[in-house]
Design a protein around this ligand. Sequence first.
Ligand SMILES: Nc1ncnc2c1ncn2[C@@H]1O[C@H](COP(=O)(O)OP(=O)(O)OP(=O)(O)O)[C@@H](O)[C@H]1O
Ligand SMILES: [Mg+2]
Length: 190
Amino acid sequence: MKKEMRKNILQLRQAMNENEVALKSEIICRHIVRLDLYKEAKTIMAYLPFRNEVDCSDLFSQIWKEGKRLVVPVCESKTISLIPSLLNRMEDTQPGTWVILEPKPECLYPLDAGEIDIVIVPGVAFDPQGNRLGYGGGYYDRFLPRLTSGTPKIAVAFQLQIINSLTPDKFDQPMDMVITEENLYQCPKS
Ligand SMILES: Nc1ncnc2c1ncn2[C@@H]1O[C@H](COP(=O)(O)OP(=O)(O)OP(=O)(O)O)[C@@H](O)[C@H]1O
Ligand SMILES: [Mg+2]
């Protein structure tokens, strides 16, 4: 059951301390920036972390340092949609929907989903085949099909969020790769 699994894994992840989250997040970011997919990308979508998600701060700094473009999602609950917006610095953010940080209204630079070269996807649980369990809103499942077809979807998670096998539902969007502090899972093309 999705609901039960979400609860269990979120509980495990919540039990990690700040230090552990920071150290493992650093390792995961290092894995990302070494990928050719990352090196070739000019516009990278990631996310601002909440509730002990993998913290992509090191990736953000690298993106800005290299003059690439960082895109983050802005959650619009009315339409169950994610609006991709450029983000140029952390100072341009403030708490938004569900207190997740988002660009301030005056710093919102929406762009077309088709402009994104790779997407770093958060989630509650993943399996090595690239199946994803999210928070239950269907936000990413609605957003990901708007990307140019073939845009790499790279999931990031801590190893404790990896499950042997998840059964996908009709709308669930598969990942191309799942990266943890211990493994890089290359997912079979479905
Ligand atoms: N493209 C879509 N069109 C219509 N309904 C959808 C679509 N994608 C998902 N849904 C519906 O949204 C609900 C939530 O989906 P699901 O349980 O897969 O969320 P999730 O993947 O955990 O969430 P999220 O993507 O926000 O992290 C389900 O009822 C699902 O059928
Ligand atoms: Mg889903």
